[in-house]
Write a new protein. Structure first.
Lengths: 112, 112
């Protein structure tokens, strides 16, 4: 079945460590997105990529980095510079601008 | 800038209709979406409406769009306990690269 796979589902890290969240899709979608979700807030866009080897900052990119070396993969690194990294992270993709986003099941990151 | 607002909570009895409301500010919205999120999961697309439409019906779901008031609603007929979830409205807009702006989400609780 086609879909978006985020791994791991739960991730625990110590403060000061970088951590990378995986997002893989087999939908042949060109565009991929990372959102952050905090309780009582909507989703906020971190980074997005509309084509391989290109990506743009979203609304809250500080403290995060991404790469898009392959069409299927869009990993997100949460760096030690991110002041409040504990959150639920959602990856999404779409085939083009006129189509809805499809979401993965998310990774819950806890930093202590 | 874009802003999407929703009420935080809604409680209904099983079998009644639920109406979840959303207001948005960007008059250049192209598509408006409704997503459902169950606990610990990603977002599932329920339905979407193009901004030149007034209404869309899909089985138990009815979406109404009032462009003049920038008001979007989702009506769920014959609400079931399985409909308990958080519902997000989201808008995309011209030139936005399909970046969605999400509301804060409405927690729907269905009581027996």
């Amino acid at each position: 079945d086609g879909g978006i796979t985020q791994s791991p589902k739960y991730l625990f890290r110590k403060e000061g460590q970088n951590v990378t969240l995986s997002c893989e899709q087999n939908l042949n979608h060109d565009a991929m997105y990372w959102y952050r979700q905090d309780p009582g807030q909507g989703l906020r866009l971190i980074y997005y990529s509309q084509i391989v080897n290109d990506f743009q900052k979203g609304d809250i990119a500080e403290g995060y980095s991404v790469s898009r070396e392959k069409k299927e993969s869009f990993p997100l690194t949460v760096t030690s510079a991110q002041k409040n990294p504990t959150a639920f992270y959602l990856c999404a993709s779409t085939s083009d601008r006129a189509r809805p986003l499809h979401f993965g099941n998310g990774t819950r990151l806890t930093v202590t | 800038g874009e802003d999407v607002e929703q009420s935080l909570f809604l409680s209904v009895r099983e079998g009644d209709s639920s109406v979840i409301n959303c207001t948005y500010t960007d008059s250049s919205s192209t598509y408006l979406y409704w997503y459902k999120q169950e606990p610990g999961a990603g977002l599932q697309l329920l339905t979407y409406i193009f901004s030149n439409m007034d209404m869309k019906q899909d089985q138990r779901l009815t979406v109404l769009l009032n462009k003049k008031d920038k008001h979007l609603s989702l009506r769920i007929a014959d609400t079931q306990t399985g409909d308990s979830a958080i519902y997000f409205c989201a808008e995309s807009f011209t030139g936005g690269g399909n970046k969605l702006t999400f509301g804060t989400g409405t927690q729907l609780k269905v009581e027996l």
